[in-house]
Design a protein around this ligand. Structure first.
Ligand code: PEP
Length: 249
């Protein structure tokens, strides 16, 4: 039985003050999230504030990126050891913005995934096709190659590895994949994961909002959501969490 996983990716939003305010407003909602897993990924500098504010709650904290070494001469990078030291549980690896804007390649992501697992972090690996690749009907081929180059060959521990299918054309655009199309892709991804496939959580990302969350989360192979824009407002994020809680009952 796969528990639903809801992650909020804040990207480069929310300094320390806004992080504290967000946490207070979300916790005021007294959400019943005992049957799902929830995390948020603030910017690095806001992580300590988030850890402090969410301490004792069921909302856990993730990072949006990390480096593949534990320390060394890597100016501007963040070590997984430092993240663990803060109390970070999750790390997003290979978000499409990291790939597109910062040129991260699957071979780099493979090193990051290995190091994250070595550091006992839980990893959410992002994959997904561009609009052009979908128009050319190459979406399955594209995600298969992303998985092959970044993940295959690494032991798949369902407690530590989740996959976020995030079609690029749906991220921050307001366009969402049709739940049945997303379901089809999730099923295909699960099929590629071999014997551990049934246990690995495959979450969907791409303009998830309160109005479309239920339909997406009800699909058999959609095990949660990675949420950008709608995770920035605590009331909106809470609505999606509540929907996830209901769906998983
Ligand atoms: C994301 O950035 O991972 C994302 C899914 O963003 P949005 O929800 O804003 O589309």
């Amino acid at each position: 039985m796969r528990r639903l996983l809801i992650g909020g990716n804040w990207k480069m939003h929310k300094g320390i003050r806004e992080t504290r305010e967000f946490a207070k407003r979300l916790l005021k909602k007294e959400l019943n999230i005992s049957n799902i897993d929830v995390f948020v990924t603030p910017p690095f500098t806001s992580i300590p504030a988030a850890i402090e504010e969410f301490a004792g709650s069921r909302v856990t904290i993730g990072a949006q990126n990390m480096f593949w070494e534990e320390d060394g001469a890597y100016t501007g990078e963040i070590s997984p050891v430092f993240l663990k030291e803060l109390g970070v549980e999750w790390v997003i690896i290979g978000h499409s913005e990291r790939r597109r804007i910062f040129g991260e390649m699957d071979k780099d992501l493979r090193k990051k995934i290995k190091m994250a697992l070595h550091s006992r972090l839980k990893v959410v690996i992002c994959i997904g096709e561009t609009e052009e690749e979908r128009e050319e009907k190459r979406e399955k081929e594209v995600v298969e190659k992303q998985l092959k180059d970044s993940l295959f060959g690494i032991e798949l521990d369902p407690e530590r590895i989740s996959i976020a299918y995030e079609p690029l054309w749906a991220i921050g655009t307001g366009k969402t994949a049709e739940p049945t199309d997303a379901e089809e892709m999730h099923r295909a991804i699960r099929g590629l994961l071999g014997e551990k496939g049934e246990e690995i959580r495959i979450i969907y990302g791409g303009s998830v909002k309160p109005h479309n969350a239920e339909e997406l989360l009800k699909q058999d192979n959609i095990d949660g959501a990675l949420i950008g824009g709608s995770s920035l407002d605590p009331e909106v994020f809470a609505e999606i969490i509540e929907i996830a809680g209901r769906v998983s009952c």
